[in-house]
Design a protein around this ligand. Structure first.
Ligand code: NAI
Length: 630
């Protein structure tokens, strides 16, 4: 295909992820007793050349001499480099074939290991500019072609001058020698390629920073495979989410900005304008006002379980998918519940407090094992079920009640009402969700149903228990021990005093909403949520989304995926299909799911389509968001 510009691409750390000489060193120094020292010397020589203390040619000679490679090793190097081509180059294979006449690869390295790698991508052999080794009859390197400008200082510029390309020249590379071409006036633009290495001094000088080849192609309207470069997807992570999340999202190619604290509503309104993905924990309030400013926002990741801090209704109306981590800290909550049951049945906290004030109170009265005791679980969801399994394994008898039909795990007994559980349990543990109707689920009436001396645990949500009623029942001795981790009002920061009727009560464990707060849980969350977000962005899959219809989609091959989010009114699917039929487009697969508020339609179509179709689909009335994948 004809193009009126020439694209000149660097090899080391650009076409491939690595520096070829580093890999060559691994090969030739494999059994060398002083391999590390030699590598160190090579780095020193490279630095000397970079600082101008020795010429490039001298550095090349000295490095080659230290490595003393032979032909077999160099061919081995080529094979290794084939597996180290930059990811965005691999994705865009078609681009190299399509514009083969206009693409050059330039390097201060050597043809013998560059050609096999780049010709596989359709680069023409005559468009590869590199040095050539001389070999002896045994295949040992004896030197290299010194007439080649690429073996000397300013080699790339000199080579380009000799080439005298008849059109605009765009250089893509990661190093100073690539920038030099532009500096010498031989290129119109220099694109600093940062997918593999980021060099500040090069980035400063670049016309554009291209974190991947996708970005270069997007800027120059040469897209072939990626509809939108990932680096253009800005991710804002607040509240110190686990570093593993930052790593995962960066590795995906997104541009990630992370803050340790939450932002206020006003700050967030400002920031959110350019953000495609927002990651928060429980403090950041994503209000209607914030969402009104969020015109690029595609997804919100709640790096926690609860999503009360997000205005889900408005998010849905704006076509923003919300994901959370419903299971990631389940185990942590369960472990704490088990530990607290044991502590409470043994009255350990009061005993420990007495010891601290010098009181030795040795007695077995009022202390019990948990083995054989009846555990009543209210809410048999992610946490309730896991608690059921663990509690049984240490010998408790489990009774549970859930508003929904739930499968009993192990030997647990399902009860028909909460009353049935409360009447027989020695330990009552609450694990219901925080829906409004659960406010004061446990009050005087429910405490009255419980056995005298019951142990009561709430690690679910604060408003579920009538605190005054709990206090009175502790004071009366009806509740022999209790552990509370969640409160109707919780301090917003560690500086704020914790005020509660429950302070100072006997055999009462109070914890600051830390049931799920463990290092393991944070890491699990950090791994889980980015996965959901990336699935959504890359495939449209909404499995486990809090507010979107849940669709799990097959990965797509040789087709385009049209993702259409609309208000749930009748007839949209018919309109989509009519538009496709009018344009003679074959539907390879179609998936539809709705909630009360929105409809989510995924349509996979044949590879070719024209812009008119996209325009028509976008303009269907009631469309909230529309995007095309691939
Ligand atoms: P889940 O949604 O998997 O399970 C909740 C279960 O409660 C569901 O099966 C639901 O049908 C049932 N339920 C709701 N209302 C009920 C009622 N009135 N009576 C009986 N059953 C009812 O939730 P998951 O993940 O098990 O979490 C449970 C609770 O723990 C939630 O409130 C959650 O916010 C809280 N949590 C607290 C943490 C902490 O740090 N303390 C950490 C993680 C979760």
């Amino acid at each position: 295909m004809k193009l009126n510009k020439y694209i000149v691409i660097d090899f080391d750390s650009t076409f491939t992820k690595v520096e070829a000489f580093d890999i060559l060193a691994e090969i030739t120094l494999k059994d060398h007793p002083e391999a590390e020292e030699v590598k160190h010397k090579i780095h020193e020589i490279t630095n000397l050349a970079m600082s101008g203390s020795i010429s490039f040619r001298e550095s090349l000679e000295r490095r080659v001499a230290l490595l003393s490679p032979n032909k077999t090793q160099l061919l081995q190097l080529a094979e290794k480099l084939k597996s180290k081509v930059s990811e965005s180059f691999k994705r865009n294979r078609d681009f190299f074939k399509k514009y083969a006449d206009n693409i050059y690869v330039i390097s201060n390295g050597f043809h013998i290991f560059i050609d096999p790698v780049v010709t596989e991508f359709g680069i023409k052999p005559e468009n590869i500019l590199a040095n050539r080794f001389h070999f002896d009859e045994q295949g040992n390197v004896t030197g290299f072609d010194k007439d080649n400008p690429l073996s000397a200082n300013n080699g790339k510029s000199e080579q380009l001058k000799r080439l005298n390309l008849p059109g605009d020249v765009y250089v893509i590379g990661d190093g100073y020698t690539d920038y030099e071409i532009k500096h010498a006036g031989l290129a119109n633009k220099f694109y600093a390629f940062t997918e593999n290495v980021e060099r500040e001094n090069i980035m400063d000088k670049a016309d554009h920073i291209t974190p991947s080849l996708d970005e270069f192609l997007y800027l120059n309207k040469l897209n072939t495979v990626v509809s939108y470069p990932k680096n253009r997807i800005n991710v804002l992570l607040l509240e110190n989410v686990h570093p593993v999340a930052i790593e995962l999202l960066k590795a995906e190619g997104f541009t990630v900005e992370a803050h340790t604290a939450a932002l206020t509503e006003d700050e967030l309104c400002q920031k959110i304008k350019n953000v495609s993905v927002l990651g928060i924990r429980s403090k950041t309030q994503v209000t209607e006002k914030v969402l009104q400013h969020a015109n690029r926002l595609m997804a919100i990741g709640a790096f926690c379980i609860g999503t009360n801090q997000i205005d889900l209704k408005t998010a849905t109306k704006k076509g923003i998918a919300v994901f959370n981590a419903p299971f990631s800290n389940t185990r942590s909550v369960v472990e704490l519940a088990i530990a607290e049951m044991i502590m409470l049945l043994r009255n350990i906290f009061d005993k420990s407090a007495k010891m601290h004030s010098g009181k030795w109170d040795k007695s077995a009265s009022g202390s019990f094992e948990i083995r054989g005791k009846k555990l009543g679980i209210i809410g048999y969801g992610n946490i309730g079920t896991q608690l059921s399994v663990l509690a049984e394994s240490i010998g408790m008898k489990v009774y549970y009640y859930d508003v929904e039909e739930k499968l009993s795990l192990g030997n647990a007994t399902r009860c028909k009402s909460m009353k049935e559980v409360l009447e027989q349990a020695d330990v009552v543990s609450l694990h219901v969700d925080g829906r409004k109707s659960n406010t004061n689920l446990i009050g005087h009436k429910e405490f009255n149903l419980m056995k005298p001396g019951v142990v009561f645990i709430n690690l679910s949500r604060g408003h579920i228990v009538d605190i005054q009623a709990l206090k009175e029942n502790i004071q009366s001795g009806k509740v022999a021990g209790c552990a509370v981790d969640v409160f109707p009002y919780e301090p917003v920061s560690n500086q704020e005093e914790f005020v509660s009727e429950l302070r100072g009560l006997s055999n009462t464990i109070l914890t600051p909403h830390i049931g799920g707060s463990t290092v393991e849980a944070q890491e699990n969350i950090g791994n889980y949520v980015p996965g959901k977000i990336m699935d959504y962005i890359n495939t449209g899959s909404t499995s486990n989304s809090v507010n979107f219809p849940n669709l799990v989609l097959p990965t797509l091959e040789n087709a385009h995926r049209l993702i259409h989010i609309h208000n749930n009114v009748p007839g949209i699917l018919a309109q989509i299909n009519q538009i496709l039929a009018d344009h003679n487009i074959n539907i390879a697969g179609q998936y539809l799911k709705t909630t009360e508020a929105i409809g989510y339609v995924i349509t996979d179509i044949d590879k070719e389509y024209n812009k008119e179709v996209i325009k028509a689909l976008r303009s269907i009335e009631h469309t909230i968001k529309f995007r095309v994948l691939y």
